[in-house]
Design a protein around this ligand. Structure first.
Ligand SMILES: [Mn+2]
Length: 306
């Protein structure tokens, strides 16, 4: 089987449990991945979203299973919670099935650079200063993603390329640009202050790999991107070289087929809970059909209203 081999892989902002995750692409990537270390750089599970609405398609299960499988096969997996999965921060220090939970990490590259690995929300001044603003931002973002998927569904019908709404907006709105560059600066300043050679983060859903020189110090700013608008990963090659990869393109170039399973949520099951039987008829207790491929666009267009 074809394998993508890296020394290290950094993934962030997968948002499992939220609608619109490119879980099929991620799952295919994980299936063909071999790496020494895997860092999960926050917002991997979207516990905020799951709390308000249970949405857990089989594809999301598959992503989790494939991460655990990598851990079992010897990949050192570190999970650094972000703001959407911050309740996991209380488990810092624990090892869950080979996945170590850490508040932040220091990664040493093959060429002996030290990188601070953090989700980044702790340095996000907007999040820090106004919970209301954050909530509004999240709501607006969720709405935007929903709208974006519908637009892309229509664009797909007429053979147009996919287009990213918030990318377009972020690229145009000056304040968003200022915010993003402030975020970079704050993180780089933190890396410099703590004597590191750079920072790896996520949080703002903007993949970026940049070497920045500030007062005679040159540091690297690496943002993993996300799995809602794009499918990006930050990787470290055997020689220590960092790269942001567009996983969709990588899979396409390697000719790897992406298997899409149903977007229908897998019900939460409790022993003895009779009501959880599917109302469509078959009550014989046969639940294993949840994974049946059933790409139904009607499913795509529901459930965005924040
Ligand atoms: Mn975040």
């Amino acid at each position: 089987m074809h394998k993508f081999t890296y020394r290290t892989v950094f993934l962030s902002d997968i948002h499992l449990g939220f609608a619109g995750v490119n879980a099929a692409e991620l799952s295919a990537f994980l299936k063909h991945l071999r790496c020494g270390r895997l860092y999960l750089v926050g917002d991997i599970l979207d516990l905020w979203s799951l709390k308000s609405r249970w949405r857990w398609p089989v594809m999301h299960n598959q992503v989790v299973r494939r991460i655990l499988k990598l851990a079992k096969q010897g990949t050192v997996v570190t999970y650094i919670p972000g703001n959407h999965d911050e309740s996991l921060r209380q488990y810092v220090g624990l090892d869950l099935g080979g996945v170590k939970i850490a508040k932040r990490a220091v990664h040493r590259t093959a060429d002996q650079k030290t990188l601070l690995v953090t989700h980044g929300d702790e340095y996000d001044m907007v999040v820090q200063s106004s919970p209301l603003l954050t909530l509004m931002g999240t709501w607006a973002y969720d709405y935007l993603i929903g709208l974006n998927r519908r637009v892309n569904w229509v664009r797909g019908l007429v053979g147009m390329k996919r287009w990213s709404f918030s990318h377009a907006i972020k690229a145009r709105v000056k304040s968003a640009c200022t915010f993003i560059s402030n975020f970079e600066q704050v993180l780089l300043a933190e890396a410099q202050r703590r004597g590191f050679d750079g920072v790896v983060c996520g949080h703002i859903h903007q993949p970026e790999l940049r070497h920045v020189t500030h007062e005679g110090w040159t540091g690297v700013y690496a943002n993993c991107g996300d799995w809602l608008e794009r499918s990006t990963a930050l990787v470290e090659h055997a020689d220590g070289r960092l790269e942001i990869i567009d996983v969709e393109k990588l899979l396409a170039d390697a000719g790897i087929e992406i298997k899409r399973l149903s977007e229908d949520p897998v019900p939460l099951e409790f022993p003895g809970a009779e009501e959880s039987v599917d109302e469509s008829g078959d009550k014989s207790g046969e639940e294993s059909g949840a994974g049946a491929p059933e790409a139904d666009e009607a499913v795509e267009s529901r459930g965005y209203a924040a």
